[in-house]
Ligand binder design. Structure first.
Ligand code: FNR
Length: 378
């Protein structure tokens, strides 16, 4: 663990009072190259701005004198109960920032009954992560939250079969198939001791060392070239679990996903890490809602969410739930599983506070009626 600058604290630093504060502190805990890898946008360091600005376009139009009794942010998604409509996004290699990696994530998520999506590129065995997740819930005598597995398509079809089989057997409750990172530029080399342990070694190579020119590494390989909409059918045939397609932006793609039997989609630009100037999910969400009409499959949104206030905006624009990306790494680096649990708590408290101040006592009550479009009013 030479790549970890400073061991995680065993207490929550008093300087943290908002979810975003973890990012400020995290820089002291994470080595420079790993920090750059986490922050990186596609080609330009400022890519994240596209996602942040999309949130700033919307301001609140609160309603007054609407008493709230027994308000709750609880929601149902794919037949599963979520205490709050937010899950931890699939992120590769948590071992980069904490020796316990995904096991610490699983403890925090389970303890706070928060859905967790485990990446194909996890640095711990997917079975061990699931075991920790369910054991933590059992120990606390609470109902386990949803646990999902994220699939990066592997060139060897047998590997995809095995990954899905292993996930099902370990108790994962949905498959999230990510389709937006086939061709991804990265200049990052994994440090010793951190690998994609769930993939057979041949495909681990492809993820780590395809050096084409100087230090420019193209991750995720060309292996995924072969996928198309028929691949969704193939995945659905492997399992009775819900299948969620992650990484769509164009309304027509979302419509196609629904027609081809996706159980839900994640509208995402991968945190602005792949295609330069890819539109923010929040910007296209209204058009996607319009294209799908009523009775649509659930829409999950990620990229750029940094507060409970942001979550409320995504929900008001029509998202059914959100995924939280980079901030989970910052909290994990600063204070391990305790930090991640605290981060989740802060997001929840912020979301509830926003809902209460707007006059919304449920997630379903959030709607575009509460939003003011700054661009239109100019
Ligand atoms: C990711 N993301 C990602 N997505 C995925 O499906 N599988 C993966 O292995 C990874 N790995 C990964 C690593 C790192 C370091 C980052 C920052 C992101 C994308 C992730 O799931 C999510 O879409 C974005 O992180 C959301 O954007 P924010 O919240 O980071 O702005």
């Amino acid at each position: 663990t030479k790549h970890i600058l400073q061991a995680a604290l065993s207490a929550i630093p008093t300087s943290i009072s908002r979810a975003v504060d973890y990012e400020i502190l995290a820089k002291d805990f994470i080595a420079d190259d790993i920090w750059a890898y986490i922050q990186e946008g596609a080609d330009k360091p400022s890519q994240d701005q596209i996602n942040r600005q999309a949130f700033e376009r919307w301001q609140w139009l609160p309603r007054r004198l609407k008493p709230i009794h027994q308000g709750s942010a609880e929601s149902h998604l794919l037949g599963q109960l979520h205490a709050y409509p937010m899950l931890l996004a699939p992120i590769a290699y948590h071992g980069l920032v904490h020796p316990q990696g995904e096991l610490a994530m699983a403890q925090a998520a389970a303890a706070l009954q928060t859905g967790l999506v485990v990446s194909s590129l996890a640095s711990r065995r997917l079975e061990d992560i699931a075991e920790t997740f369910y054991a933590t819930a059992a120990e606390m005598q609470i109902e386990a939250a949803p646990l999902w597995f994220q699939l990066y398509w592997q060139a060897d079809i047998e590997q995809n079969k095995q990954l899905i089989e292993r996930a099902v057997k370990a108790g994962y409750q949905a498959i999230v198939w990510t389709v937006d990172a086939q061709y991804k530029r990265s200049e990052f080399q994994l440090p010793e001791g951190v690998t994609a342990v769930n993939l057979v070694s041949d495909s681990q190579e492809k993820y780590t060392s395809h050096v084409l020119d100087k230090h420019i590494v193209f991750q995720s390989s060309l292996a995924q070239q072969e996928t198309d909409w028929a691949t969704l059918d193939w995945i659905k045939q492997q399992t009775s679990l819900p299948v969620i397609v992650k990484g769509l932006l164009a309304p027509i793609d979302v419509l196609t996903a629904q027609q081809k039997g996706a159980d839900a989609v994640v509208i995402s630009n991968h945190g602005s890490r792949v295609l330069v100037d890819a539109v923010s999910p929040l910007s296209v969400l209204p058009d996607i809602k319009k294209a799908l009409g009523n009775d649509a499959m659930p829409l999950i949104v990620d990229s750029g969410i940094r507060s409970g206030n942001d979550i409320a905006k995504a929900l008001a624009l029509g998202a059914d739930a959100v995924l939280l990306g980079r901030p989970q790494l910052y909290a994990l680096a600063v204070a391990g599983s305790l930090g991640v649990a605290h981060l989740i708590h802060l997001y929840r408290a912020e979301l509830e506070m926003t809902m209460a101040q707007l006059g919304c006592d449920s997630v379903a009550a959030l709607s575009p009626d509460y939003l003011w479009d700054v661009l239109r009013s100019r």
